[in-house]
Design a protein around this ligand. Structure first.
Ligand SMILES: [Zn+2]
Length: 110
């Protein structure tokens, strides 16, 4: 894994720490590791104009959807202590490598 790769994973809860959606929380819907970007539910909504395509049952209009944002714009919200945190790593006794909260040392990966 490269140094740039985000430790954020799908279904993590994150807090946006910079940009127009700063302060919003959401669940990670998708990680785009090669670009180090994330798609977060309800964050960075863009409007796209779509053309009607009756053959495909598509109505014309404006569709809102999430655009990706850079992984550095968010921080994990720890499921244990509920605080935004940087992510550490820890090797468990059974050999599993897990992500841990730097604030409470709680294990993020179940
Ligand atoms: Zn924590």
């Amino acid at each position: 894994m490269s140094q740039l790769a985000t430790p954020i994973r799908k279904n993590d809860n994150v807090l946006v720490i910079t940009g127009k959606d700063r302060g919003k929380r959401g669940r990670v819907l998708k990680v785009l590791p090669e670009r180090n970007r994330l798609i977060v539910e309800g964050v960075n909504i863009i409007k796209r104009h779509t053309k009607a395509n009756p053959g495909k049952q598509v109505k014309g209009g404006i569709v809102e959807r999430e655009a990706s944002l850079h992984a550095s714009n968010v921080q994990l919200v720890c499921p244990e202590c509920g605080v935004q945190t940087r992510i550490g790593r820890k090797l468990l006794g059974d050999g599993r490598k897990v992500r841990v909260c730097r604030k409470c040392d709680g294990v993020v990966d179940k």
